[in-house]
Design a protein around this ligand. Structure first.
Ligand SMILES: NC(=O)c1ccc[n+]([C@@H]2O[C@H](COP(=O)([O-])OP(=O)(O)OC[C@H]3O[C@@H](n4cnc5c(N)ncnc54)[C@H](O)[C@@H]3O)[C@@H](O)[C@H]2O)c1
Ligand SMILES: O=C(O)C[C@H](O)C(=O)O
Length: 341
């Protein structure tokens, strides 16, 4: 309640005054770093994080073009101070003191590619960035967006283990876009208000490893098996739908920035002690035999407070769960192997 009232104050026209007085005492300072901030996701994500009143310092890092993005976003009259960092020599400064690091650095898909086809380039990028995180902000919550998420999260875990900084509570694969899509598609089919819809999406973040649990969707709707199958397939192929529509100009950026901003906001709320912050995320997990798995996660002051179970599954979902396991397992193993070469 307190946080909500502060949020509305911090976004009101007189927020400058409130910020220096009441609000700045009540809302802790939080630094967020975006790595890959000049990219298709990075830029709108930087904008959305600049609009977030929980952020006091926003560090925008990329290998090039960050000064322009930082100057542009920095003129927006909201709470956070914005700084741009360009090139590897400035990475340490971008990361120092960060509470949350969001990583959308790396190449996106073109039509005909799978997310795994990005592995050869993105695995190395993520590895290097995680080595720097281990050095400069080992306690930050890491929100991994770079694909293939099913492998980049295990890579990050291995890098942190080697550095002696690994805390499974602080490493997240961002699968929020799958939830965003499942909500949108379900609301359209079920003809219910989209703002009221909840749908957990579990598994991983590629093709059949994305498993939306429409049997648990609310508000309830009487959809046929054929409709559920079509919704499931559309959610699993959501990324490909955008890649094909963009016809060689990349993958989802705007909807991903929205999803990334929702997930980072949930991490910040958890860090600040807000109760009942639950989002789906791909994390270290014991709810199946796979070492990493996306499911609902309760977020708290130390990151993951609790990995929630799957709940009751329909026969169709049980089948989907068994089908996804070999692919997810092999993507995890591929990441672990790469990190340890
Ligand atoms: N998790 C998800 O749901 C999801 C959704 C959409 C896209 N993605 C993934 O996000 C990644 C980025 O997508 P995009 O559309 O923003 O791509 P983009 O090419 O538009 O932007 C990527 C940015 O990363 C930067 N970069 C490259 N190497 C870097 C390094 N070592 N350090 C810092 N920055 C570096 C580039 O300079 C560029 O600005 C892709 O791997 C894409 O597949 C994930
Ligand atoms: O599909 C992609 O390659 C990008 C992203 O993972 C998405 O789901 O949109």
């Amino acid at each position: 309640m307190m946080l909500r009232s502060i949020k509305s104050l911090a976004t009101s026209p007189s927020s400058h005054i409130l910020r220096r007085g009441y609000a700045s005492e009540a809302v802790p300072d939080r630094k967020v770093a975006v790595l890959g901030a000049a990219g298709g996701i990075g830029q709108p994500l930087a904008l959305l994080m600049k609009l977030n009143p929980l952020v006091s310092s926003l560090a925008l890092y990329d290998i090039a073009n960050t000064p322009g993005v930082a100057a542009d976003v920095g003129h927006i009259n909201t709470r956070s101070e914005v700084s741009g960092y360009s090139g590897e020599a400035e990475l340490g400064k971008a990361l120092e003191g960060a509470d949350v690091v969001i990583i959308p650095a790396g190449v996106p898909r073109k039509p005909g590619m799978t997310r795994d086809d990005l592995f050869n380039i993105n695995a190395g990028i993520v590895k290097g960035l995680c080595q720097a995180i281990a050095k400069y902000c080992p306690h930050a919550l890491v929100n991994m967006i770079s694909n293939p998420v099913n492998s980049t999260v295990p890579i990050a875990a291995e890098v942190f283990k080697k550095a002696g900084t690994y805390d499974p509570k602080r490493l997240f694969g961002v699968t929020t876009l799958d939830v965003v899509r499942a909500k949108t598609f379900y609301a359209g089919k079920a003809k219910v208000p989209v703002a009221e819809v909840n749908v957990p999406v579990v598994g991983g973040h590629a093709g059949i490893t994305i498993l939306p649990l429409f049997s648990q969707a609310t508000p309830k709707a009487n959809l046929s098996d054929a409709e559920i199958t079509a919704l499931t397939k559309r959610t699993q192929d959501g990324g490909t739908e955008v890649v094909e529509a963009k016809a060689g100009k990349g993958s989802a950026t705007l909807s991903m920035a929205y999803a990334g901003a929702i997930f980072a906001d949930a991490c910040l709320k958890g860090l600040n002690g807000a109760p009942d912050v639950v989002e789906c995320s791909y994390v270290q997990s014991t709810i199946t035999e796979l070492p990493f798995f996306a499911s609902k996660v309760r977020l708290g002051k130390n990151g993951v407070e609790e990995v929630l179970g799957l709940g009751p599954l329909s026969d169709y979902e049980k089948e989907g769960l068994e089908k996804l396991k070999p692919e997810l397992q092999s993507s995890i193993e591929k990441g672990i192997k790469f990190a340890n070469q």
